[in-house]
Design a protein around this ligand. Sequence first.
Ligand code: GRF
Length: 194
Amino acid sequence: TKIALFASGSGSNVQAIAEAVQAGSVPAEIVLIVCDKPEAFVLERADKLGIPTFAFLPREYESKEAFETDIVSRLRAAGAEYVFLAGYMRLIGPTLLEAYRNRIVNIHPSLLPAFPGKDAIGQAFDAGVKISGVTVHFVDEGMDTGPIIDQECVRVDSGMTRDDLQKAIQRIEHSLYPNVITNLLNGNREDYNR
Ligand code: GRF
């Protein structure tokens, strides 16, 4: 299955997914990495991994509809069937949602519906929760609101710093996301349609 990944930052999830693809454990081909920040480190990773990229500056377009129309045509040209967001710091608009209905998935570093939005790890840490985690969900028009596909939890032990929590969450993300992608692409979707 041909998939595209969207990222805005470091791209550690992109790296983990790409390595799982290379190792043969995710039955996919990453045909495009879309990035809205031309200076993001994920683009260096993509070059090293030999994956094509589309980097763009939103402000060079008239509107979100305009850049999403461009993204959709590049996704179609690359043959992408699914989109996986991995730290793409932008709400998906109607143009992309309609083109890839039920085929856009996101990973979020909290147990949704707790702590949606930016800096979920910091929000959870500041709230003093004893359990947090990672959520993978289908994307809808809201902010981190679509149907949940899978979750994994992390205990916040006493003495843990914000940084420790971030590391623990990232470690889980890097195994959970490739697993969920594999299940989704293999059609093991019975709990994925709630
Ligand atoms: C991850 O924590 C992801 O859950 C969130 O943004 C972060 C991206 O990290 N949506 P990276 O760029 O994959 O390292």
